[in-house]
Ligand binder design. Structure first.
Ligand code: SF4
Length: 196
C-alpha cells in the first residue's frame, strides 16, 4: 500500500544553528539570549532528516536512545505536540539535554557525512520550550499507588529522573539532598546562563 507523504524532504536546505542576541544586547540582562526558531523554521529543519534505514543518530549517537528519526518525522509533519510527548517518553528533561548535551547524535548523523548534520539538539530544545509555553507538558500522576516508600539520594539529574519515574510508578518518593541547593550538578556544574 502506498503511504501518503505529508511533506517534502528538503535535504538541500542548509542547516540552521541556534541564533543568539548580539553581545551588546546580552550585556544588558541575565535572561536567556537564544532567539527561538519560529514554527516554519522548526519544521523546515526537521525535514532535512532523511529518516535513515539505519539511523546512527539513534543507534550509535544518543546515549538515551532517543527515537530521533520518529521525532523528526512528527516535527516535519507539524505534529509538534506529539513530538513533545515522544521526547518526554525517552528523556525526563529534554529542556536540559536540549541545552547541555554535547549532541553525539549530530556527530553520528548520516547527513553529516557529505553535508551538515541535522540540528537535532536544537529541535529538541525548541519543541520542549514550545511544550512549556503551550501547556503541553503536564504531570503524569500514577493511576494507582503502591504504598511503597523509596528514598533517592541526591537531587542531580539522575536523582530527579529516578524520582520522577518512581513517582509515576506509584511509589512515595523522598529525595535527600546534602547541599543547601537542589539539582546538584545543574546548580554547581553549570553557569546560570547555560540553563536560562
Ligand atoms: S542519522 Fe541524521 S538524517 Fe539519519 S535519521 Fe538520524 S537525524 Fe535523520
Amino acid at each position: 500500500m502506498m503511504t501518503q507523504t505529508l511533506y517534502s524532504r528538503t535535504i538541500e536546505t542548509p542547516r540552521r544553528d541556534a541564533v543568539y542576541q548580539s553581545v551588546a544586547e546580552r550585556l544588558k540582562h541575565y535572561d536567556e539570549f537564544r532567539i527561538p526558531f519560529n514554527t516554519e523554521e522548526i519544521t523546515e529543519q526537521a525535514r532535512r532528516c532523511m529518516t535513515c534505514g539505519i539511523p546512527f543518530c539513534h543507534n550509535a549517537g544518543c546515549p538515551l536512545g532517543n527515537p530521533i528519526p520518529e521525532t523528526n518525522t512528527l516535527i516535519a509533519e507539524n505534529r509538534l505536540r506529539d513530538a513533545c510527548y515522544l521526547l518526554h517518553a525517552y528523556d525526563n528533561f529534554p529542556e536540559l539535554t536540549g541545552r547541555l548535551c554535547p549532541a553525539l547524535c549530530e556527530a553520528a548523523c548520516v547527513h553529516g557525512i557529505n553535508n551538515e548534520a541535522v540540528t537535532i539538539r536544537q529541535l529538541e530544545l525548541e519543541i520542549t520550550e514550545l511544550g512549556w509555553n503551550n501547556g503541553w507538558i503536564v504531570p503524569q500522576p500514577p493511576t494507582t499507588k503502591t504504598n511503597q516508600r523509596v528514598a533517592v539520594i541526591g537531587s542531580g539529574p539522575a536523582g530527579l529522573a529516578s524520582a520522577q519515574q518512581l513517582a509515576r510508578a506509584g511509589h512515595h518518593v523522598f529525595v535527600y539532598v546534602k547541599s543547601d541547593s537542589v539539582v546538584g550538578i545543574l546548580r554547581f556544574g553549570f553557569h546560570d546562563f547555560n540553563l536560562v
